[in-house]
Design a protein around this ligand. Structure first.
Ligand code: SME
Length: 153
């Protein structure tokens, strides 16, 4: 369920970034969490010394996984391959590192600069099979928009 189109959301996110640059990222997470009701927890991980370090996030609870090595969990897999990971049912993916009891599906979208992974958008949903091809396309565009700004977080 979402309250507006992906295209409209993309435009709004672009405007927030133009105006507030990296300071806009927290606003964008708030916006996504509010408008895409199945994006229940959203975090930005930033690559530092071959580890993923948690940056801005939004959701009901904090995660204890604030540092994830490359190759570990769904996040670490996406960081290693540079490819978006969609897990339709987290309980049937052996790589999954549990953060929240309510999570049922997850998407991890790498943020790349010149082909190198510099960060990730990680979204946990409380619904099974929450993420469609549209979400993948949309979030990959957002990841592209973020690449210039996350180095300064
Ligand atoms: N579930 C992730 C860990 C990060 S939390 O979802 C915030 C994983 O398997 O890598």
């Amino acid at each position: 369920m979402f309250l507006m189109s992906y295209e409209e959301a993309e435009k709004i996110i672009h405007l927030i970034l133009q105006k507030k640059k990296e300071k806009g990222i927290q606003d964008i997470l708030t916006y996504l969490n509010g408008h895409f009701t199945y994006y229940n927890w959203i975090g930005i991980y930033i690559v530092k010394e071959n580890k993923l370090c948690l940056g801005p996030w939004i959701g009901t609870h904090p995660t204890e996984h604030t540092e994830i090595p490359f190759g570990t969990g769904v996040c670490g897999s996406a960081a290693q391959t540079g490819r978006t990971e969609v897990v339709n049912n987290v309980h049937s993916d052996k790589r999954y590192i549990a953060c929240f009891l309510t999570t049922r599906s997850e998407i991890v979208v790498p943020i790349k600069q010149n082909g190198t992974v510099i960060g990730e958008i990680d979204i946990d949903s409380d619904s099974l099979n929450a993420f469609s091809k549209k979400d993948i396309q949309f979030l990959e565009k957002i990841a592209d928009m973020f690449q210039t700004y996350i180095c300064n977080l």
